[in-house]
Design a binder for this molecule. Structure first.
Ligand code: APR
Length: 165
């Protein structure tokens, strides 16, 4: 089941919260900053041991101060007009994050709208990639994920998801 909510993702009581991070995984602004603030300094210290994350890939850490026991850090593509593999890389963020969630036996996963603000990916282009990638994964039978939350943190994103769902 996929549902859209407008909420601060750091407050969600889910198995895993996905972070729209950057490659060094050492924090930043936006949802990355919110997650690091809520998780506390232990998260950054742990991330320093990971050696970063490539675009389209996903790395898992404990949730530290979050209600969620796990955080899945993924690095979305920066938007360069859409003809440099951005859609495939964005789809990979969702797919790889769900694969990691399945490996830890997650039942519920919450995603921010990856790449759609600081990384400039137009929300109207990103929303169908996000929803289709999640739908395709949930149809597989090699996981126990029964709830995916996509957070529409602003009205535009919320409406885009709502229309698709
Ligand atoms: N909860 C849920 N969603 C949030 C929150 C929050 N607390 N804060 C921001 N968002 C939303 C934004 O409104 C946007 O829709 O997350 C989406 C992703 O925006 P960004 O956080 O800017 O992420 P992104 O576009 O992927 O850029 C990532 O920005 O913050 C830096 O370190 C980060 O370098 C990385 C880059």
């Amino acid at each position: 089941m996929i549902e859209v909510v407008t909420v601060d993702i750091t407050t969600l009581d889910v198995s895993a919260v996905v972070n729209a991070a950057n490659s060094p995984l050492l924090g930043g602004g936006g949802v990355d900053g919110a997650i690091h603030r809520a998780a506390g300094p232990g998260l950054r210290a742990h991330c320093r041991t990971l050696g970063g994350c490539s675009v389209g890939r996903a790395r898992m850490t404990p949730g530290f101060g979050l209600r969620a026991p796990w955080i899945i850090h993924t690095v979305g593509p920066r938007w360069h007009g859409g003809d440099r593999g951005e859609p495939e890389l964005l789809a990979s963020c969702y797919r790889e994050s769900l694969k990691v969630a399945a490996q830890i036996g997650a039942r519920s996963v919450a995603f921010p709208a990856i790449s759609t603000k600081a990384f400039g990916y137009p929300p109207a282009e990103a929303a169908p990639v996000a929803v289709n990638s999640v739908r395709e994964f949930l149809e597989r039978d090699d996981h126990r994920i029964d709830e995916v939350i996509v957070v529409g943190y602003n009205d535009e994103t919320f409406r885009l998801y709502e229309d698709l769902l």
